[in-house]
Design a protein around this ligand. Structure first.
Ligand code: TRP
Length: 461
């Protein structure tokens, strides 16, 4: 068998896995969801879920991947037979479908970067209608998402070491620097303190069942869990590496960036007296107005830095999503990397077209009739099916798989290869209990609630 790729160092793995985790979920979604759910109170619950559920599932994925040295399908099949292999295959399908719409939103970020730097985005009068026109313009969408997919493909084509690891080592520090730069600037603005107060002083009266539920979904998506992305990255990790400490770094980096994204956005929003609960338009509608108010030169600098940052975050995530499908075709179908990357990138781009058309361009896809009385955009439908519903299910199945087929003994054994004191430690006991009992119960419950809500219109909270 041809040698599989591998990360060259611990830092390389951490950068790549943190790159996968840090994405639109952190910078676009987290601040607006937190803004709608009580700021700091949401953050606390989010961190609770990251460590209680996210961290054990993350270790489960990385460890399974490293032990099996295979893509998600190969890994499940190796220890569980063909039927469990289907779970891995379903994960790969979810990756393909998630990338199909994720790339469209990444294309928006890319387009906004270009329009801020070289175009006239900041001379616009009404940013809300600009956004509406922008996302319903099929030609713009097509070019920008094609461009984004092409950049992703070129990097994945270079392989694990040079492409994935090499790009993450540049993009992640750059992202961090841009983030810190904008935060410092934002804190100097009048009204910034109001933003900080809103974001940092928890208002526990705002915590409802819905807050707790959406924080878990957010944490799961943000860590890139539930579809085998980290099984794939784990399979490129050397046996000497300490998985526990690497995963801890990844979870901390991801939480930090989500936290810092809020710290960047709320002072800007409050400095212009805008509403923190604007929703999905927060980044694309509220922020351009704020950059505009900074004046033509400063606005251009801060605005283009911001959208560049958003592109970097998205790019390390699209890379990881594409790699999952690519790894499958290389391992199982013996395709060359080149063939796998080119075929999958084109295919996934094409699958994304209905999502692109579903923001105003074509009415039937914008209000896609899913069943009587329930219409949503095509993109929302794909997102519900392959992300909101499928990822907790994937995490549930992973924990059942480890508990009943692969066994927690093998799980511990694999971790201890790079972590001498792991066996017999408190952490080992904690993780085994989480994987065997807590994760399946919580994630199974979450899956059922989500299906009830999405398919049967049950009002949960
Ligand atoms: N975690 C990324 C974000 O926050 C998105 C992402 C990349 C992802 N790979 C994934 C989500 C795999 C779920 C599964 O934007």
């Amino acid at each position: 068998m041809a040698a599989r790729g591998g990360f060259s160092s611990r830092i390389g793995f951490i950068a790549a896995a943190a790159g996968s985790a840090v994405g639109l979920g952190n910078i676009w979604q987290f601040p607006y969801v937190a803004g709608q759910n009580g700021g700091a109170a949401f953050l606390l619950i989010y961190v609770f879920w990251i460590f209680l559920i996210g961290f054990p599932i993350m270790l489960g994925e990385i460890t399974l991947g490293r032990s099996a040295q295979a893509n998600p399908y190969g890994a499940y099949k190796k220890y569980g037979g063909k039927v469990w292999g289907l779970v891995g295959l379903f994960g790969i399908l979810c990756g393909i479908m998630i990338l199909s719409f994720y790339n469209v939103v990444s294309g928006w970020a890319f387009g906004y970067f270009l329009e801020t730097s070289f175009g006239n985005l900041l001379e616009n009068e009404n940013h809300s209608s600009f956004f509406g026109e922008y996302v319903s313009d099929f030609t713009d969408n097509l070019w920008f998402s094609l461009g984004f997919m092409a950049i992703t493909a070129v990097i994945v084509l270079q392989g694990v070491k040079k492409g994935i690891e090499g790009s993450a080592k540049i993009l992640m520090p750059a992202l961090f620097a841009l983030l810190i730069g904008i935060i410092i600037y934002g804190l100097t603005l009048p009204g910034a303190m109001e933003g900080l107060k809103f974001y940092l002083l928890p208002d526990f009266s705002l915590i409802t069942g819905a807050t707790i539920y959406s924080a878990l979904g957010q944490a799961f998506f943000s860590l890139s869990l539930g579809m085998g992305g980290l099984i794939t990255y784990g399979s490129y990790l050397s046996k000497k590496e300490n998985i526990v400490s690497s995963a801890t770094m990844v979870a901390i980096a991801d939480t930090m960036v989500a936290f810092l994204a809020g710290l960047m956005i709320f002072p800007l929003v409050f400095s212009q007296g805008q509403s923190p609960s604007e929703g999905p338009g927060l980044v694309f509608v509220a922020l351009p107005g704020i950059f505009q108010a900074m004046g033509p030169i400063l606005g251009k600098v801060v605005g283009s830095s911001f959208f560049l940052l958003l592109c970097f975050a998205a790019l390390t995530s699209t890379i990881s999503l594409l790699e999952v499908a690519v790894a499958y075709f290389i391992d199982e179908r013996k395709w060359s990397r080149k063939k796998a990357v080119i075929v999958m990138a084109i295919l996934i781009f094409l699958i994304g077209i209905p999502s692109m058309l579903g923001y105003g361009a074509i009415q039937g896809l914008t209000e896609f009739i899913f069943y009587e009385g329930n219409s949503k955009s095509f993109m929302d439908l794909i997102q519900d099916l392959f992300s909101v519903i499928a990822l907790p299910l994937g995490g549930f199945l992973l924990s059942i798989f480890i508990a009943t087929r692969w066994t927690t003994a093998k799980f511990s054994e694999e971790i201890s290869l790079g972590a001498e004191n792991y066996k017999g430690s408190f952490l080992e006991g904690f993780l085994n209990i989480m994987i065997k009992f807590v994760c399946p119960v919580v994630l199974g419950f979450m899956f059922v609630l989500t299906v009830l809500q999405k398919f049967f219109n049950v009002e949960l909270f």
